[in-house]
Design a protein around this ligand. Sequence first.
Ligand code: NI
Length: 344
Amino acid sequence: MGLRFIFMLTRDDKTVEEAEQHLKIALAAGVHHIGFKDVGLPFERLKKLNAAINAGGATSYLEVVSLDKESEISSAKAAVEIGVDILLGGTNVDAVLPILAGTNIQYFPFPGEIKGHPSVLIGSIDEVVNSAVGLAERNGVHGLDLLAYRSTENATGLMAAVVAAVDKPVIMAGSIGSRERIEIVRRSGAAGFTIGTAALDGDYPANSPKLETQLRSIQRDVAGVNNHLSPHGPKNLKETFATFTETWSPRLAGKVNNSAIKLAKFEGEFLWHHHDTEDEMFLVYKGRLLMKFRDRNEVLEEGEFIIIPHGVEHCPVALGGVCEVLLVGPSKTGNIATDGVGQA
Ligand code: NI
């Protein structure tokens, strides 16, 4: 599983007033992890926001930034009532664990000492690591929420030390606003990271400050960091067939594992042949194709395909003009002609 990007509907540690509109944009952009904080919006709106996140097929996160124990307890209770998937943050683990007991909520508290608003992580790397180890040992703690870039210590060293010390997933929260930082987070071995303010303010490096562009840019960078970038877009058969007129001359359209996808135009009759080791598939895109076998004939209409096992003699014939065919087979198909030479 790759690095997880959690989009926070928050600015400066508060859920933003326009959270609902931003959520629609994020879901349309295909963001699968979406969070908010216990500060900024009234409870009823957070509840509806959470329902909308889940209804959009995304996982919901509530991050607790209230620092006093009473506020944290009410935030944990709110998390249960709202029905969030994952509770991030908070430091009063002893008070929160009983509230979450028996629920399906995953809990990722903050290791270390947190102060102020927006939150800052206090203490040396060793102190934070010790806190992380202690928390990760607890039943009911599923992972950690590390405010790495809010530490006065070296963030890269801190992240690596915490991830190495615990065997539960660690999410890096706060002040991640560039591909360089995402790469550093990835190298640390973190499970995920949050971005809120940078995307909402249009500060993430992208072609435009618009939220949709910001989110797509983050997702592309995350896919790149995860080695999940695909060079392929859709290919249109009608358009590709229109680029050539030669018949019996297959064009390579793509490769899947060891097989080539080829496009060919047939006209008239080919010749009897077989392939010693390669199976072939013929899918008729346009026109009609007669496939002659030694034991029978088959006629393929548009949208039909046929598989020809290796060794089986066959002779393709285009019926009624040019037939457009998608072929699947080895990159190089060796024809053993029965009465001539050719390729099909
Ligand atoms: Ni053939």
